[in-house]
Write a protein that binds this ligand. Structure first.
Ligand code: PXG
Length: 455
């Protein structure tokens, strides 16, 4: 049983002794600097010393409906009591899995009506790599095996998913990517756009895909994968011209189009899915995070008719996880989707808190340490710069991102630093008053950063 009598110091010591953390320098943990988070309600969390934080990241971009929703607890308890586990292997299902697949078919863009469940976004993207290669094999095009993704993309930490990622430090850690993965530059106008308008730059950035397909040979290219808005890469919302051009190029060369909706899905961009916001219809989508608002681990691969009917005719699908379509996770996901629908959270992002957040953040365009304010819906980033006129970005050694993040923590506001950007991704239930609180705290953190770097 959980020992509720332990102090913060006890927990930090035990954690340092035994727990290996994700995306953390272990030295910080063995040094006893772990933050112990104990409770959440709405958009607030509390640590083990009773300190309250406004969670500007909705956990890890995932708690779309906010913390503390009893309905999800009840759904889990009911399903656990009735049937805590059964698998979908060997022709079985449970009502919860079937119901969730049916529900998702109503929410996803037209034609994306078939769902393969996994427990994480990484597993879903690894699954996509297998399914897409299998699809092309069944189509008699065995050589179409290479995936194209983008620099600064994040698609997960499993072997194939990390090869899809475009983060140099992840590849460097264990010796590079697997064969069959290529990357093009991500469409960050502020960084690479030079004198071009955003729209001109969007077209140009997308045309890099055509050049890459021709370089590799269209007969070798299986698919292009991208997050509608790159999240962990720093909230890179592309120009409006980008995605339609990507779709045109994919169709021209019969390259499958995959939208990784792990962050964008379930309302964050003001539509159910980011692909809808940018006006494209992918062949496959990756869903996770907002699917259950993080209350339990569940993810899915959505596929269109062409992909499903091809692999559906291939005989035994030799793929699956013990926890594919875990009934408790499915029941919780259904309860989560009920709340998003009932409370109109997608419209709320599009018409209310999305515009409110971005109008409020726009004031930081004048701040001496901010070069660009970007994002859409409940996704936002501030690019920290040394030189506003020259677009000179801080270096890793300057450490402005981490400095500003820590200054923000000290104010009681949780944000992420992605390189030299400060990133926000609050819950879809955030109130105007809480957005006002973000702005006040962020301003103090930015002022402190500017002072520290002499700007
Ligand atoms: N795709 C995208 C777009 C993601 O953001 C994954 C796939 C992988 O999902 P799982 O469930 O396997 O984690 C993600 C996950 C960060 C950070 O640094 C973001 C994620 C994971 C870890 C760290 O902001 N996103």
């Amino acid at each position: 049983m959980l020992d509720t009598t332990r102090t913060t110091g006890d927990l930090q010591a035990l954690d340092g002794a035994h727990h290996v953390h994700s995306f953390t320098d272990p030295a910080l943990i063995t040094g006893g600097k772990t933050r112990v988070v104990v409770r959440g309600e709405g958009c607030q969390i509390w640590d083990s010393d009773g300190r309250r934080f406004l969670d500007g990241m909705a956990g890890l971009w995932c708690v779309n409906i906010g913390y503390g929703r009893q309905e999800l607890v009840d759904a889990a308890a009911r399903q656990m009591t009735e049937l805590p586990f059964y698998s979908n292997h060997f022709q079985s299902t449970t009502p919860a899995m079937t119901e969730l697949a049916h529900k998702l078919s109503q929410l996803t863009p037209d034609g994306l009506d078939h769902f393969l469940f996994t427990s994480s976004g990484s597993e879903a993207n690894d699954t996509i790599v297998r399914m897409v290669r299998y699809f092309w094999k069944l189509q008699g095009k065995d050589t179409k095996r290479t995936f194209i993704s983008r620099t600064m993309a994040y698609h997960g930490s499993t072997l194939a998913a990390v090869s899809l990622c475009g983060m140099p430090h992840m590849h460097a850690m264990d010796g590079g990517t697997l064969p069959g993965f290529a990357h093009i530059q991500h469409p960050h106008w502020y960084m690479f756009g030079g004198e071009l308008t955003k729209e001109e730059f969007g077209l140009q950035a997308a045309q890099a895909l055509e050049r890459k397909i021709l370089e590799l040979g269209p007969e070798n290219v299986a698919a292009f994968i991208g997050e509608p808005v790159q999240g962990a890469g720093g909230v890179i919302d592309p120009p409006s011209t980008y995605w339609p051009e990507i779709q045109r190029i994919c169709r021209k060369y019969d390259v499958l189009l995959i939208a990784d909706e792990v962050i964008c899905g379930f309302g964050r961009t003001g539509e159910w899915f980011g692909a809808q916001t940018y006006g494209v219809t992918p062949d496959l989508m990756t869903l996770a995070k907002g699917l259950s608002s993080g209350y339990l681990p569940i993810a899915a691969v959505a596929m269109n008719k062409r992909v499903f009917e091809t692999i559906g005719a291939g005989g035994l699908l030799a793929h699956g996880y013990t926890y594919s379509g875990h009934p408790v996770a499915c029941a919780v996901a259904l309860a989560n989707i009920d709340i998003i629908e009932r409370e109109g959270l997608v419209d709320r992002v599009r018409n209310d808190i999305g515009p409110y957040l971005h109008q409020a953040l726009a004031q930081f365009e004048q701040h001496p340490v901010v070069g660009e304010v970007r994002g859409i819906g409940t996704l936002a980033a501030l690019q920290l710069v040394k030189g506003k006129d020259t677009r000179e970005i801080f270096t890793v050694e300057d450490g402005a991102g981490v400095f500003c993040r820590e200054a923000s923590y000290n104010q009681g506001l949780i944000v992420r630093a992605v390189g030299q950007s400060i990133v926000l991704s609050p819950s879809l239930v955030i109130t105007h008053a809480e957005i006002d609180e973000i702005i006040v705290k962020l301003k103090r953190a930015l002022d402190e950063t500017a002072r520290h770097f002499g700007l």
